[in-house]
Ligand binder design. Structure first.
Ligand code: ADP
Ligand code: MG
Length: 229
């Protein structure tokens, strides 16, 4: 266990990314280097527009950087072919988006199940779904559709969906941004339970000091650069 904790699960090396705005190119991520261990909750804190969502997208394998590498375990994400990356991401990286992005036409339980349909892992997903519904306090809500759920329930459904394939890394973009303090505390308690019980690394972006206080390590982001807090 201690060896596991000491291993760098996520390694972000010399990441840079710019976007073109007319004739100008704006650097959103500037030479980012970062390591996250298994069993660790890392928070990235910074004001709106500093590049948090962009960085999480790069780490999550959904946004290719202009320069640099992202390693998950031994896998160099952007060295994979597109379809290999899709499979790797689905099975190893859970992402909770800022606006939770549930599928409106699917019920709560179908939303949670969705990533498992595309997984090649041979697992008993039915029992995993039941376990997550219990863990996230969603029992009795299985058949409801997103429009019938509260903000907190939608957020917890999105977290369950991100966890269904037993990812090595969970990425959560401002997961408590739209929640009241009691819902927000429940989610933070859940994240702690997850790192204590599973072999997982959690990366959270936030502008909430409270969230960053309950993480194991805080990093500050400003204008596309990281600073140790
Ligand atoms: N697709 C895009 N087109 C133009 N500008 C973008 C795009 N994505 C992000 N940006 C800009 O990049 C900067 C960083 O954005 P973002 O990563 O969303 O920051 P944060 O999540 O910290 O609020 C912002 O200035 C934003 O306006
Ligand atoms: Mg953002």
């Amino acid at each position: 266990m201690s060896l596991e904790k000491a291993s760098g699960m996520v390694k972000v090396k010399n990441i840079a990314k710019s976007i073109k705005n007319g004739q100008h190119s704006i650097e959103i991520l500037k030479n980012i280097n970062l390591e996250i261990n298994t069993g660790e909750i890392l928070s990235i804190m910074g004001p709106s527009g500093c590049g948090k969502s962009t960085l999480l997208g790069v780490i999550g394998g959904i946004d290719k950087p202009d320069k640099g590498k992202v390693l998950i375990g031994d896998t160099d994400l952007y060295a994979l072919k597109n379809e290999e990356l899709d499979i790797f991401r689905n099975e190893n990286i859970g992402i909770v988006f800022q606006n939770h992005c549930l599928v409106e036409e699917l019920s709560l339980i179908e939303n949670i199940e969705l990533p498992s349909i595309f997984s090649e892992k041979k697992e008993n997903f039915e029992s995993k779904i039941a376990e997550l519904i219990e863990l996230l306090g969603l029992k009795g809500k299985e058949k409801l559709y997103p429009y019938q759920l509260s903000g907190g329930e939608k957020q917890r459904t999105a977290i369950a969906r991100a966890l269904i394939n037993n990812p090595k890394v969970l990425i959560a973009d401002e997961p408590t941004g739209a929640l009241d303090s009691s819902n927000s505390n429940n989610i933070l308690r859940l994240f702690r339970e997850l790192v204590n019980n599973f072999s997982i690394s959690i990366i959270i972006s936030t502008h909430d000091c409270h969230v960053s206080e309950v993480s194991d390590r805080q990093i500050k982001m400003l204008d596309g650069e990281l600073y140790e807090a």
